[in-house]
Design a binder for this molecule. Structure first.
Ligand SMILES: NC(=O)c1ccc[n+]([C@@H]2O[C@H](COP(=O)([O-])OP(=O)(O)OC[C@H]3O[C@@H](n4cnc5c(N)ncnc54)[C@H](O)[C@@H]3O)[C@@H](O)[C@H]2O)c1
Length: 379
């Protein structure tokens, strides 16, 4: 779908990380055009970023509430907004745009408390608006392929899932990881969790999306290990799913040598699937005959629902930006269909507000488990 839509951005100012990635991802397929922004709390920086991005100066806003109000009234106003600020501000920003009647794409974790997420859902439903949560990894062709393999029964009934997302960038007590690390480690900007919100929600969403399993209860051991830190930097979670499958989720920020090591291993009654986001061009499957099959993106084995997102022949690698772009392909198609009156629920192929709510319920159950002495807590 080519740029029939206009979007705005809150966050993503000079030197910010993920805002720039969103802009590049949306431009991969020219899904929508950036038309307005409140890129920073500092208006000078917003104007600077707006100029660098070629945005009409009158559509660079000093604060996001003004942006929501004015954009909702303009004839050529934005169709959706992208929210890429630190976690603790997501709720107020999303709320302002939903109340103004504008669709929202918000980065994870959606907000910091499930009650806030439920409130956003209530507003979105009332106003008939869409909200996507950008769990980037679920945009990969291969993660969608894993989802289809499990759904089609290729590995039988799932027995256990080992899921991990270790990083190493915050291992050093004297290095807080620049501005990205500083707000993540600060409860006033990050919320009650750091590592579990930043990485654990990715793990929870990846397992949910790939396997369709619903978490019944968790037993969490959440630790603050690096001296000086106030929030968790290593989380080990035992998981029990509805239907009896079990799992272990591990996330860490001091695992030296690990970068974005999201790794999912799914063990079923008839086979095993292995997926590693740092090598997203392939999926490994071992069935009862024991022969490992490596299935590469772009070959005919890939299911049509996943293959349709591929752009390049095998061997010309696609990665994280394309995965984010794939989420926007589906989201923009849905936003456009909403506006045309042709939207149907089965068009949705991106993580919705429900995924955001599940992520927060997972975090809250883990916190409760940890605070009560590592006991089982229902999600
Ligand atoms: N999907 C992913 O894989 C992924 C990866 C990294 C970060 N994230 C999420 O993206 C969000 C941003 O993270 P980041 O690493 O880009 O942070 P960052 O610190 O690099 O960028 C945050 C930006 O928001 C701006 N900002 C803060 N408050 C604002 C406000 N009230 N109005 C306007 N702008 C404001 C800051 O000036 C900055 O430009 C977080 O929620 C994080 O969890 C997601």
């Amino acid at each position: 779908m080519k740029a029939k839509l206009r979007y705005g951005m809150v966050g993503g100012g000079p030197g910010a990380f993920i805002g720039d990635a969103h802009r590049r991802a949306i431009s991969v397929d020219d899904t929508a055009r950036l038309s307005a922004g409140c890129f920073s709390r500092d208006f000078e920086k917003t104007k600077q970023q707006g100029e660098a991005l070629g945005i009409n100066p009158e559509r660079c806003y000093e604060d996001y509430k003004e942006m929501a109000r004015i954009e909702s009234q303009r004839e050529d106003g934005i169709d959706f907004v992208v929210v890429v600020t630190p976690n603790a501000s997501h709720y107020e920003v999303c709320k302002a745009f939903l109340e103004a009647g504008i669709h929202v794409a918000c980065d994870k974790p959606l907000v910091t408390e499930s009650a806030q997420a439920e409130e956003l859902k209530r507003i979105a439903d009332e106003k008939d608006l869409l909200l996507m949560v950008t769990y980037t990894y679920m945009g990969h062709v291969t993660s969608k392929y894993v989802r289809d393999l499990v759904r089609d029964g290729e590995i039988g009934t799932i027995r256990t899932v080992m899921a991990e997302y270790p990083q190493g960038w915050l291992y050093n007590e004297n290095d807080w990881g620049g501005k990205q690390g500083e707000w993540r480690c600060d409860p006033s900007q990050s919320g009650k969790v750091n590592c579990l919100g930043d990485l654990g929600t990715h793990v929870e969403n990846a397992v949910a999306m790939m396997t369709g399993l619903k978490i019944k209860r968790v037993l969490a051991k959440m630790d603050v290990v690096v001296p000086g830190r106030k929030l968790d930097d290593n989380d080990q979670i035992l998981v029990e799913y509805e239907g009896g499958a079990t799992g272990i989720n591990w996330t860490s920020q001091f695992a030296i040598g690990c970068d974005n090591s999201l790794r999912i291993r799914i063990y079923g009654s008839k086979g095993t699937i292995l997926w590693f986001q740092e090598n997203p061009e392939e999926v490994k499957m071992i069935k009862e005959d024991g022969i490992p099959r490596v299935i590469k993106r772009s070959y005919s084995a890939i299911t049509p629902g996943a293959a349709k997102y591929g752009r390049l022949p095998a061997g010309h690698t696609e990665g994280w930006l394309e995965a984010m772009g794939n989420l926007y392909d589906s989201f923009a198609e849905c936003v456009y269909a909403k506006e045309m009156g042709t939207f149907t629920e089965d068009m949705i192929d991106y993580p919705t507000i429900e995924s955001g709510i599940q992520g927060l319920k997972y975090v809250e159950a883990c916190l409760k488990s940890n605070e009560n002495g590592n006991v089982w807590v229902e999600v």
